[in-house]
Write a protein that binds this ligand. Structure first.
Ligand code: APR
Length: 314
């Protein structure tokens, strides 16, 4: 069987860590790309990771490069290129710089890997996915964003710690943009099949929902020099696996919603079925009035950012 070809653009913290998780899970051969200004850095990281293979025991070819020609014909391309947040910055503060970087990356990918599924990780996430879709001209289902898997993982980790149970038994879903307005759905969270609302007081649950919304900023303020990368990269690997193994995972990701949820043509976080074709289906869940209002607020924030980006990029 032919191995999948996975290209990861941006060999920084998220990109290199995603390469690590993907290689260790034998998801395919990996090409790690960065800009020429980084010298031979991507080559060094790929070589180092390849030398872990005999110890850990995985078969994957690893290439580090600054040439897009090496990514040609990729099945999946993951975009992590761009700058991360520093303390005091919101994801939206990255808009102008990352729109330029992601736009140029998307243009190269469209030329070299016209059949790829493209997964965006760079922030502000929802706007960066929109940009990638516009620049590549790919069908919307083949362009998606990683955010919901990370955000629900944070939610699940906090719930498990609070209840003293395994994270494996906590299941959760959320909607909306990857920002302060994201909407963790308490009504869709369960622990071992038991609705979370039966296991936790509403006030405590509300605190955990807020900590989830602030989860990225909490890490930024602890790290001081950049933003989270272990969990974001693990989320990338889970989504890459869903695509290359056609697993049809039902997980949240930033997907193009037109009539779905009445969004009207923007990328926003929703539950999807993720498989070989990318976003194969968007699942519309019934929302409470409060959840619907919160989702609308989040969609409005995403639209506002997309409009600012449109002005910045002409
Ligand atoms: N092409 C390829 N790589 C690029 C480009 C480009 N045009 N521009 C910048 N890069 C590279 C940088 O050289 C750097 O190695 O992207 C990498 C980013 O790595 P880090 O600075 O370590 O940032 P990281 O923590 O990985 O975050 C990357 O993901 O989660 C988001 O908000 C985060 O937008 C940020 C992105």
């Amino acid at each position: 069987m032919r191995r999948a070809k996975i290209s990861i653009i941006g060999a920084g913290n998220v990109g290199a860590t995603a390469a690590h998780w993907c290689a260790a899970a034998e998801l395919g051969d990996i090409v790690l790309v960065d800009i020429p200004e980084t010298g031979a850095m991507p080559k060094g990281k790929a070589l180092d990771l390849a030398q872990a293979a005999p110890i850990v025991g995985f078969d994957a070819q690893l290439v580090g490069t600054t040439e897009y020609a090496d990514t040609a014909g990729s099945d999946v391309v993951v975009i992590t290129a761009g700058i991360p947040r520093k303390p005091g910055m919101s994801r939206d503060d990255l808009l102008a710089t990352n729109a330029r970087i992601v736009g140029s990356v998307a243009q190269r990918i469209a030329q070299t890997s016209p059949a790829a599924v493209v997964m965006v990780v760079s922030n502000p996430l929802d706007a960066m996915v929109q940009r990638t879709w516009q620049v590549t001209g790919f069908p919307p289902r083949r362009v998606l964003g990683q955010a919901g898997v990370l955000d629900t993982a944070r939610f699940r980790a906090f719930i498990a710690a609070e209840l003293g149970v395994s994270v494996e038994d906590v299941s959760a879903m959320l909607l909306g943009g990857h920002g302060d307005s994201m909407v963790p759905l308490a009504s869709c969270a369960s622990v071992g099949g038991i609705p979370l609302t039966q296991l936790m007081r509403p006030e405590r649950l509300a605190e955990i929902v807020q900590r989830t919304r602030d989860g990225g900023a909490e890490i930024v303020s602890l790290l001081r020099t950049g933003s989270a990368y272990y969990a974001p990269a693990a989320a990338v690997a889970q989504m890459v696996e869903a695509i290359v193994r056609d697993k049809k995972r039902l997980i949240p990701c930033a997907a193009y919603c037109d009539r779905e949820y009445g969004v009207g043509g923007y990328y926003v976080g929703v539950p999807v079925v993720l498989g070989a074709g990318g976003v194969e289906r968007i699942i519309e869940v019934e929302l409470t009035a409060a959840e619907r209002a919160a989702f609308q607020k989040s969609v409005d924030a995403v639209k506002g950012l997309a409009e600012t980006m449109a002005r910045l990029t002409g």
